[in-house]
Every structure is written in C-alpha cells, then in structure tokens.
Design a protein around this ligand. Structure first.
Ligand SMILES: Cc1ncc(COP(=O)(O)O)c(C=O)c1O
Length: 380
C-alpha cells in the first residue's frame, strides 16, 4: 500500500534518539527535560485518596471543577488576572495536547503562524498538519533577542497566530515586560491569536518576574496561556496541563478538545486541585532550580565550555566552540558515546541550517548527577 505522508519531513525526534543513545552507552542523560529525583509523596498520596474517594470515572470534559477553581485562584494570586473557571480554563493532557488542540481549532489552509526559532518541537508539525504555514523568526546567540520590528514586518492579513514561549526552551531566555508590550502593540487591531507557551512560568531566575500574557489586558484578550503541571511538580509522566483564554476562544478550543481526548485523568486532577491550595508548592520552584543552576555552573566555571547563565527553564546552554569544530549533532553524539554524557544539540530546534556550536543540558537532576556531569565536562 502506498500513502503520502502528511509530515514528510518529520522523523524520530532528537529526544528519542539521544535518550536511546544515552541508554545504549550507559551515559548520564541530561538530554530530555525531566527530573531524575522523586516527586513529592504528598501529591502521590492525594491521588490514592482521590481514587479511594471514588474519582475513578470520566472527569468533566473541561476538567475537574475543583482543579479549575484552584488554577483560577493561582492566576489571581500571581498575576491579578481573572479567568472564569467554568468557561475560561480547560485541563489538558499535558501542555502538548493544549498546544496541538489550539492549533487544530484555529489554523486553516494557508494561515500563517509566526514562531521563534530555536523552538520547542511540537509547534511546527501541528501547523503543517492543518495546512498552515510556519513563518520563522530566527533568534541568534548569544542573547537570542527578538527584533519586534522584524516580526511586525512579517505580519499580514494571512497571519493567524503568533506562538511565544517564555521562559523559552531550549535557550533559557525570558521575555521582558518590554517584549510583551511590543507584542501587544503589534497585534493590536488584528485578528491574531497569541499562543503563549508558559510551561516554565515557575522557573524564572535572578529575581525576575515571569511576564505572563495575561498580565497585559489587550494581549490577554487574544491569548491562550498554556501551562504544564509536569514541569512544576516533577511529574512529566502524569501528562496533565491546562490552558486558559477568554470565553469566545475557549469555546472553540473545547469543540476540538471534546473529540480529541474528551477528558483527562480524573484522580490526578483532584489531587492537583488540593495540592495547588498551598502556594509554596509552586512559589519555591525558582529558588530550588536556581540553586541547581548555580551549583552546576559553579562546578564547570573553569571548563572549556562557555556560557551565559540560563534566565529561566531548567536548561543551560553550553558553547563548545573552543573545543572542536564539529557540528553540534556530531559532537553531542560523540560526547554521549565516548564521554558518557548526553545532551541536545540546539540546531535541531531551528528549521534552517545553523552553524551553532551549542548544546543544551537539563539541570533538573540530583546534585550527584550534576556533579558527575560536571566532572565529565571539566575533563574535555
Ligand atoms: C516549551 C515547552 N512547551 C511544551 C512542553 C510540553 O509539556 P508537557 O510535557 O506538559 O506536554 C514542553 C516540554 O518539554 C516544553 O519544553
């Protein structure tokens, strides 16, 4: 049987490739973004409690109302932003499904979607599957700043969506208030939807404030804010996230969501609802990861890798241009096979060829794992 692929350019993702290579060579795996330490047992106990309390059947399509109410409280506390739990917040199967369903709900043939490369890998295939066209804005090292005038120049009557990601994976940058105001300004008076991927909202360093799209009223009126509990509560395998948006946008999202997943794991939602009531569970996260970032960078400060400290996310870029001229994919593979340390080459996050000599390392790891990784980096 012959078929035409709907995603002819997509193969196995680099995360799967590097993960498999790390396992095959018994390497320390700082490639994929997940913690190697345990999550809070209190949250596990809350799931057990929810199961004993009978939360074992379908959850409401929009998500557990208790969880949506807890999220609404959190958004009010952090951003003084009101989202109605009944109509403006939906629980999803991780941020990935929220992103996919938002794009599915709004992007039609030939619609243009602006994204900033290096970008998280799930945006583009979703755009392509819906017949949309990716308009790429390449951000360049070392500071990866957005040129908003250049973005403005790309906007026309086919522009349907702009996807932002702050803090940004893989580069560890955060948008400033000025960035957000410029985005607000260039989308004013248009029909552009903003998809604001904020899965690392609670991992922002050096006292900076996370600039959520919901802080800017005009921007909020056209935005989906996407979040992930996996990143926040160290349980990426639970696959629970959410998105919020004004009712008119959320109504369209739910038309797709109800036929896509219908609803999300019920007992875990109930557990998360109760766990969220204690705001320390998310407010302490930046300090927790900043300590890891600082200790990792302290350990490798005399290595031949160059770096600017990550401003957010749990990723750190390291520049190896003083070590070899190899391209980043080859060097990442060699580092895994010969030195037993896996990372992700950042060229894979671009949709054009780039000659960067930069690898991404995940520091959501136990201190002993980071120490062993640092020993390897210092030996190169
Ligand atoms: C920027 C970004 N967006 C979305 C996701 C997906 O999040 P989830 O695991 O909740 O689907 C990730 C996960 O790595 C990410 O880094």
């Amino acid at each position: 049987m012959q078929h035409i692929s709907k995603l002819p350019h997509v193969g196995t993702t680099i995360f799967t490739i590097m993960g498999a290579l790390a396992r095959a060579h018994n390497a320390i795996n700082l490639s994929q973004g997940f913690p190697d330490f345990k999550m809070d047992e209190k949250l596990i106990d809350l799931v057990t409690k929810a199961m004993h309390n009978g939360y074992n059947q379908y959850a409401p399509m929009q998500g557990s109302i208790e969880l949506r109410e807890s999220i609404a409280k959190k958004l009010d506390l952090l951003y003084s932003s009101t989202y109605h739990p009944e109509t403006e917040i939906t629980i999803t199967t991780g941020a990935t499904q929220a992103i996919f369903s938002i794009i599915l709900a709004f992007i039609k043939l030939k619609d243009e979607v602006v994204i900033f490369h290096p970008a998280y890998d799930c945006y583009e295939p979703a755009i392509e599957l819906n017949g949309g066209k990716t308009i790429s804005m390449a951000l360049e090292s070392p500071n990866f700043k957005v040129d908003w005038n250049a973005v403005k120049a790309k906007i026309n009557n086919r522009t349907k969506m702009i996807i932002i990601n702050t803090p940004q994976n893989p580069i560890g940058t955060v948008f400033s208030e000025t960035d957000m105001l410029q985005l607000q300004d260039i989308t004013k008076g248009t029909n552009i939807i903003v998809l604001s991927d904020e899965v690392y909202e609670h991992i922002v360093f050096d006292g900076e404030k996370h600039q959520s799209a919901c802080l800017f009223s005009e921007l909020k009126s056209r935005s989906f804010v996407v979040a992930s509990f996996g990143k926040t509560f160290h349980n990426t395998g639970w696959r629970i996230g959410y998105c919020c948006a004004p009712k008119a946008l959320m109504d369209e999202f739910r038309k797709v969501h109800q036929f896509n997943v219908f609803c999300v794991n019920h007992p875990m939602q109930e557990a998360l609802a109760e766990y969220l009531e204690n705001e320390n569970h998310y407010l302490e996260l930046s300090a927790f990861y900043q300590e890891k970032r600082d200790s990792f960078l302290g350990l490798i400060k005399d290595s031949r890798f160059k770096f600017t400290a990550s401003k957010g996310t749990y990723f750190q870029l390291l520049d190896y241009s003083e070590i070899t001229k190899e391209n980043d994919v080859d060097f990442a593979k060699r580092l895994t096979i010969e030195n037993k340390l896996a990372s992700i080459p950042i060229s894979v996050f671009y949709n054009t060829e780039v000659n960067s000599k930069i690898l991404r390392f995940c520091f959501a790891k136990k201190n002993e794992t980071l120490k062993r990784a640092a020993d390897i980096l210092n030996s190169i």
